[in-house]
Write a protein that binds this ligand. Structure first.
Ligand code: FES
Ligand code: FES
Length: 154
């Protein structure tokens, strides 16, 4: 089937196998490899992207379900060479160690700042609990998100 999906403000019209996951569509069909495939089972959060402004695990979705939708991946966060405040805060706080979980962590962090998430560290940790970091960088990640919240006034 043919789908038309907007990714990071560019419209892509592609003919795909109906079984193609949104994650594979992004990585394999479009070559946008910033979104990572960790578990491929909805358990790690490495594949988190935004669809029409909401975060989802792209490994659990079929690309065919998103014909006409607007997807933002980690490649689409920076604008005109300027990092998103969440990306800048992750750098500042050393809120990452590996390239595997970090894109999903950042996409979830950006999303939660516009969700009805409480302002405490525990609230942030709970809202980030779908994103697994196997090395335990959680403390710096929470600090980075709180910094970004202050920067954005969110
Ligand atoms: S790859 Fe999608 S949740 Fe792990
Ligand atoms: S920093 Fe990526 S799994 Fe821990």
């Amino acid at each position: 089937m043919t789908v038309s999906i907007t990714v990071n403000d560019a419209v892509y019209r592609k003919t795909i196998d109906v079984r193609t996951s949104l994650l594979d569509f992004l990585r394999e069909t479009l070559g946008l490899t910033g979104t990572k495939k960790g578990c491929d089972h909805g358990q790690c959060g490495a594949c988190t992207v935004h669809v029409n402004g909401r975060r989802i695990n792209s490994c659990l979705q079929l690309a065919a379900m998103h014909d006409g939708d607007h997807v933002i991946t980690v490649e689409g966060l920076a604008r005109d060479g300027v990092l998103h405040p969440v990306q800048a805060a992750f750098l500042q706080r050393d809120g990452f160690q590996c390239g595997y979980c970090t894109p999903g962590q950042i996409m979830s962090a950006v999303a939660l700042l516009s969700e009805p998430c409480g302002s405490g560290d525990a609230d942030v940790a709970e809202a980030m609990s779908g994103n697994i970091c196997r090395c335990g960088a959680y403390e710096n990640i929470v600090a980075a998100i709180q910094d970004a919240r202050r920067t954005l006034g969110a």
